[in-house]
Write a protein that binds this ligand. Structure first.
Ligand code: NAP
Length: 283
């Protein structure tokens, strides 16, 4: 019996952070400035609080500063826009992250689109997405970039493969599909209105699950030898694929936890360091 390859996000993060630590040191030595990632948290959703804390911890591990802006859940869109505009104008801030999701009364995409493009290190501005889709230089949505980085690090062939992405959200499904297309995969995007989903998933050499429903993708939908990328993160530490039963059929898979999740944060750090290097004229 073959052993499927573990696409180990934690291992990749250690490699990335070792590199970023050196690059941050070089920025500080050259400019005398320690780059800062600003995070904006609206409300106190426990998962979001944890994610923002994890991002602050990652900054500390690589020698970067983080600045946390916390707003009550009752704020309106204009309040968030004002904070973003202040951060856009702050010279020590190199990256801005607005933690998703925000409370329903806030126009999230308007807020995302107000983040200055050179500080949009989470790749959420519509203009960043457009540039990425056109293969122009841009910061890329962190989870999709993490997925492509994982596939490349572990030598997964993408060009010419059939990739099926289940989910079409602006921060995950759509941009990962576009990145796979840019990497010359033949891409199908599925969503809640897709008919015959199991049959479509059965065609896939690479399955990307971005649904937000625990163990939604079943083992008998998986073609023998497929690569499984599970971006889902649901209560109880389970993903969107029934990994327990599906991995035996796969040639490679991302675990949950320890796959896509940690790499997402490492991509946010990478793009913040790139932003600082650009401003310092180091790249
Ligand atoms: P989302 O905005 O809720 O989008 C879910 C997508 O799944 C939608 O496009 C929806 O289709 C589709 N969908 C729902 N039910 C379906 C069904 N029965 N059949 C086929 N498609 C269906 O979620 P998201 O923000 O993209 O997140 C998806 C998952 O990834 C969640 O588990 C989330 O926790 C996880 N996530 C992880 C990270 C990370 O860092 N690891 C980052 C972001 C998200 P419609 O468009 O038709 O509604």
């Amino acid at each position: 019996m073959h052993t499927p390859l573990l696409l180990d996000g934690r291992l990749l993060v250690r490699e990335i952070e070792a590199d970023l630590t050196k690059r941050v040191r070089r920025i500080v030595e050259t400019t005398g400035i320690t780059p800062t990632l600003a995070t904006i948290l609206v409300g106190d959703d426990p998962a979001s609080v944890t994610y923002v804390k994890m991002k602050g911890n990652a900054c500390a591990r690589i020698g970067m500063n983080s600045r946390k802006v916390e707003l009550p859940a009752s704020v309106c869109t204009e309040d968030v826009l004002r904070v973003i505009e202040d951060l856009n104008a702050s010279p020590d801030v190199y990256g801005i992250l607005l933690q998703h999701p925000v409370p329903a009364q806030i126009d999230e995409q308007w807020c995302f689109n107000t983040i200055a493009l050179d500080k949009d290190v989470d790749g959420v501005n519509t203009a960043s997405f457009g540039a990425m889709a056109m293969r122009l230089p841009a910061f890329v949505s962190a989870t999709p970039l993490g997925i492509l980085t994982l596939l490349r690090r572990f030598g997964i062939r993408i060009a010419g493969c059939e990739a099926v992405v289940v989910g079409r959200s602006p921060i995950l499904g759509k941009p990962v599909a576009m990145l796979l297309l840019n990497a010359d995969a033949t891409v199908t995007i599925c969503h809640s209105k897709t008919e015959n989903l199991p049959e479509i998933v059965r065609r896939a050499d690479i399955v990307v699950a971005a649904v937000g429903r625990a163990r939604f993708i079943q083992a008998d939908w998986i073609r023998e030898g497929a690569v499984l990328v599970d971006a889902g993160y649901n209560p109880g530490n389970v993903g969107d694929i029934d990994l327990e039963n599906a991995t035996a059929k796969s040639s490679a898979y991302t675990p949950v936890p320890g796959g896509v999740g940690p790499v997402t944060i490492a991509m946010l750090m990478t793009q913040t360091v790139q932003s600082a290097e650009r401003r310092a004229g180091l790249c």
